[in-house]
Every structure is written in C-alpha cells, then in structure tokens.
Design a protein around this ligand. Structure first.
Ligand code: LP5
Ligand code: MN
Length: 244
C-alpha cells in the first residue's frame, strides 16, 4: 500500500501533532511506502538544527518506520526546503524532488508540494526563487542557528501578515499552471498539499485529469491511500474515493 501525507507542520509547541504522527506511523505495515509531500515541519533551519528546533523525537519516529521496513520518501515544502541528505541518512528516508513521478505500472502519478502552482501569488514566487537558489541556501546555512532562527521567525511573521491581505483565490493553485505541469509530465493524476484545501478535483473530457489535494493535520490527520485501482482521501470525518 502507498500512503501520502503533507502539511503536518510539526512543532514542539504542538506536541499533539507528533503524537498523531506517531500513532499514524504505527498503522503502516512492513512493505508499505510513505510519501511525505512537504511541510512536515513548521520550519526547518538546516540539518544541523534538529536538536535546536526540538525535533529529535521526529527523527526517531521516522527511523522506526524505516526499521519496520516502511520506506519513507520526502519531498520538501515551502517551510522545510532546507531539509537535506544528512537528515535523510540519520532517519533512513529518501529525498525526492518536487515534480516526482510515482510509477504504479498502469498509472503514473505526479507528486508535488503545490506552492509552485500558486503562480498568481507573485510575492511567494519571488520568495521561492530566492530561497531555492543554491547560493542563497549556502549563505543562509553558514549563519549561526540564532541568526537563522531570527530570520525564519521574521519570514514567518511577514508571511502570516501578508496572507491577511491576499485574496483566497490568489493563494490557491492556478489551473493553467496545473495543466502545464501535468502536460509536461504526461500524467492524468496529480497529488499535492500546501493549500490545506483537501479535495478530489476531477476534470472531465478532454482533460480526463484528477488533482488530489491533501489536508493539513490540524485538528486531525489527513492522508491518501493509493493502489493501482484507486485511492482514498481522508480528512476529518470525511473519506472520499476515486476509482481508476
Ligand atoms: O507558509 P505559509 O503558509 O505562511 O505561507 C506560504 C507562503 N509563505 C512562505 C514563507 C514561509 O512561511 C517562511 C518559511 C520559513 C522557512 C525557514 C527557513 C528559511 C528562512 C528564510 C529567511 C528569509 O513560503 C506565502 C503564500 C502562502 O503560502 C499561500 O500560498 O502566500 O507566501 C508569502 O507569504 C510570500 C512572502 O512574500 C514571504 C515573505 C517573507 C519575507 C522574508 C523577509 C525576511 C528577511 C529577513 C532578513 C533579515
Ligand atoms: Mn506549504
């Protein structure tokens, strides 16, 4: 079985989120695959900052999954794009890139975090291209943990403040961007997170495409279970199905 989650936004300030993740992890079986589609963490300052941020227990939960033969794949989000190979090695997980193709044999599925699809949000796309550049990242990672933390907190404050002034539509995906990326990868199924608007969007002919949006984990976990014949999206008390 393939499982997909995103947007847990784990933070030591909200220990119940890690409890939920631990409980969810224990429901997965040996041989299962877990895909984390970004924003596992509230924010990430680099792999040398796990202890500073109070995330050592998260490493243990991830490591115990790989010890139980559950393979974990991680695709980073706009909060944890600085998560790297050191962390992955410590936890026994595998990093995958945004726009990852999951090949089910009979079906190819495109996996993304989703923020790159919000192309109407010009401020975010500018911020994204800055912080995703290798030169910006190496400069940032060379700073002290205290400086990085102060910068991240300022960015978080500015982001929350900015969102109060943006229309909801601007913070959703742009349909043309969705069509473009699905066309470029020749897929009919896209699964992403980021917007925290869990849903199954189906586009009839001529596109015959489906876009699945994962939910966040507040107040309850959200996930997708995927097989070759269909999927189930769970959020809150809602369970939605899609047959292929
Ligand atoms: O994350 P969320 O849900 O609040 O909003 C996102 C977009 N915001 C972001 C910014 C992140 O929240 C910040 C993450 C911090 C990561 C820590 C490491 C890196 C530190 C970086 C330090 C510079 O992605 C938001 C979208 C929203 O999703 C919906 O799609 O609208 O986009 C923005 O808010 C764009 C803003 O322009 C971001 C402004 C940040 C300004 C940073 C200036 C800080 C300079 C510090 C210099 C000392
Ligand atoms: Mn996000």
């Amino acid at each position: 079985m393939i499982h997909l989650i995103s947007d847990l936004h784990l933070s030591p300030d909200q220990p119940e989120l890690l409890e939920h993740f631990d409980q969810y992890s224990n429901t997965l079986n040996p041989g299962d695959d877990l895909y984390i589609l970004g924003d596992l963490f509230e924010y990430w300052l680099g792999d040398d900052a796990a202890e500073f941020l109070g995330h050592t227990r998260v490493e243990k939960v991830l490591a115990s999954l790989s010890q139980r033969q559950v393979q974990v794949f991680f695709l980073s989000g706009n909060r944890d794009f600085l998560l790297g190979e050191d962390f992955a090695t410590r936890c026994g997980i595998q990093l995958i890139s945004d726009e990852h193709i999951l090949d089910l044999g009979s079906k190819r599925v495109l996996l993304m975090h989703g923020d790159s699809l919000c192309t109407d949000d010009i401020a975010h796309q500018k911020f994204r291209s800055m912080v995703r550049s290798p030169s910006w990242q190496s400069e940032f990672l060379a700073k002290s943990l205290a400086t990085r933390d102060a910068m991240a907190k300022l960015a978080r404050y500015r982001s929350e403040d900015g969102k109060t002034q943006k229309a909801a539509q601007i913070m959703d995906v742009n349909e043309e961007a969705v069509d473009e990326v699905m066309g470029a990868h020749q897929v009919r199924l896209l699964i992403h997170g980021h917007t925290h608007r869990p849903a199954i969007h189906e586009a009839g002919p001529p596109r015959n495409a489906c876009r699945i949006v994962l939910g966040d984990w507040t107040p309850e976990p959200s996930w997708v279970q995927l097989t070759e014949t269909g999927l189930e999206l769970v959020f809150g008390a809602s369970r939605q199905h899609l047959a292929f």
